[in-house]
Design a protein around this ligand. Structure first.
Ligand code: PLP
Length: 324
């Protein structure tokens, strides 16, 4: 599969221009004080599906032929990729089936159904769901949409990073939460073209380190997948995104789930922003590695807001002393 070029990203932007307004990027003095850096929050949480992935889904479906749309799409996802595909499929009148791992975040499953897609629960983790989605797509002659090995998805997601570098041309670093790696790969493609001096730093949950370990070793590895942050919960490295991250990613950090929960609280308190775990992982990276970012100008990607009710209640009940 070809690495998307910056030209592909500008073409994706033309597709998305009439469908999604740019998202804001704000700085919050209280947040910068807590994190000890000059922090800007890129608010992908305000997308209509509550996560950045909608950019990729809309671009992918827009590029499909009418015949392919007729045959429908099958995706596998813990929730946000699912909402993106369902939203985009509804827009062009394509049928959409999503395989979610068993016991999904109920709010995410309900949101996918409300967008008119069929939801099938299968497998304990995303890997099991992926295998079943492959079978379904083959039976039906539908297009199987990968979570990360999709050039059009990376190009669509990359439009967020065009906005980031237009909104703040003078960044030292952008911190990107990583699951399958579409976001980090997209950041790499754009930074290489328009902001080569800016560091792109990935962050993944230590409880699901497949992308991190694959990047460190240069091999596509499988790893345990136990994080509670659904958006980061992948068990294997993906070829396309690992290839791009291998060329351009500056660094890759791990954070534990406890620090992710603290970061969710910090985002509520200091940035008045509701996040799901994955959406606060960039802030968790700054909490866990303050020396790495001290006094730098850093954009943190707030990738999503689709927290479950249980998660929200847990975050608001964290003991006060744990967060500075
Ligand atoms: C999917 C997702 C991520 C990880 O993105 P990848 O492109 O899979 O690496 C991060 N945050 C949220 C909210 C997500 O939904």
């Amino acid at each position: 599969m070809r690495t998307p070029s910056i030209g592909d990203v500008f073409r994706a932007r033309r597709v998305l221009d009439s469908l999604l307004p740019p998202t804001p990027m704000w700085s919050y003095p209280a947040l910068s004080a807590t994190l000890g850096a000059d922090v800007l929050v890129k608010h992908e949480n305000v997308q209509p599906t509550g996560a950045f992935k909608i950019r990729g889904g809309l671009n992918l479906l827009a590029g499909m032929s009418p015949e392919d749309r007729q045959r429908g799409i099958v995706g596998y996802s813990t929730g946000n990729h699912a909402q993106s595909l369902a939203y985009a499929a509804r827009r062009v009148g394509a049928s959409c089936t999503i395989v979610m791992p068993e016991k999904p975040n109920p709010l995410k499953a309900a949101a996918v159904r409300a967008l008119g897609a069929d939801v099938v629960e299968h497998g304990e983790t995303l890997d099991g769901a992926c295998e079943f989605a492959g079978k379904l797509a083959a039976e039906r002659g539908s297009r199987l949409v990968s979570a990360a090995n999709e050039q059009e998805i990376v190009a669509g997601v990359a439009t967020a990073y065009l906005e980031v570098f237009e909104q703040a041309p003078d960044l030292d670093a952008v911190v990107v939460p990583v699951g399958g790696g579409s976001g980090a790969a997209a950041a790499c493609v754009v930074a290489a073209a328009v902001a080569p001096g800016c560091e792109i730093i990935g962050v993944q949950a230590a409880a699901s380190p497949a992308a991190h370990d694959s990047w460190r070793t240069g091999e596509l590895l499988k790893r345990p997948n136990r994080t509670a942050a659904e958006g980061l919960a992948t068990g294997a490295g993906f070829e396309l995104t690992q290839r791009i991250m291998g060329e351009h990613l500056t660094d890759f950090l791990l954070v534990d789930d406890g620090t992710i929960a603290e970061a969710q609280w910090v985002m509520l308190r200091d940035a008045h922003t509701l996040t799901e775990g994955a959406g606060a992982a960039s802030v968790a990276a700054l909490l866990a590695h303050p020396e790495r970012f001290a006094d730098k100008r850093v954009a943190v990607m707030c990738t999503g807001a689709n927290a479950s009710e249980r998660e929200l209640r847990a975050v608001t009940q964290l003991p006060a002393a744990r967060v500075a």
